[in-house]
Design a binder for this molecule. Sequence first.
Ligand code: ZN
Length: 118
Amino acid sequence: MTDQDIIDRYQELFDLGGVTTSQMRWGFQGVGSGWLPIMERLCIRLQSIAKPTFKLISVKEKLGSLRITFCGGSDAIGEAVDAAKAEAMVTCDQCGAAGALLVTDELWAVRCGKCAVV
Ligand SMILES: [Zn+2]
């Protein structure tokens, strides 16, 4: 599974027109494969609660955290997105195992013990 697979599968949730400030044409920026299941679960949840005006504008990794921006949200959507971000904070972005934030001179990333060696 790649970020593009998720975008294709749940494309109604993503702003792909490029008419706004959407960054989705670049996919999920810097998001490792360990976080893709979190994004897929979030998309499944969003399908049941999002209005047609809802769109994801960007999905990216920055300083070891999952950053998600969207328009047309609601309280329920905000809670679902916050839950996904919180899950990413304790999930290795490489393999999806339980992890913690690793900070080195070159890297800020959530990694498990096995993936911590860079
Ligand atoms: Zn790992």
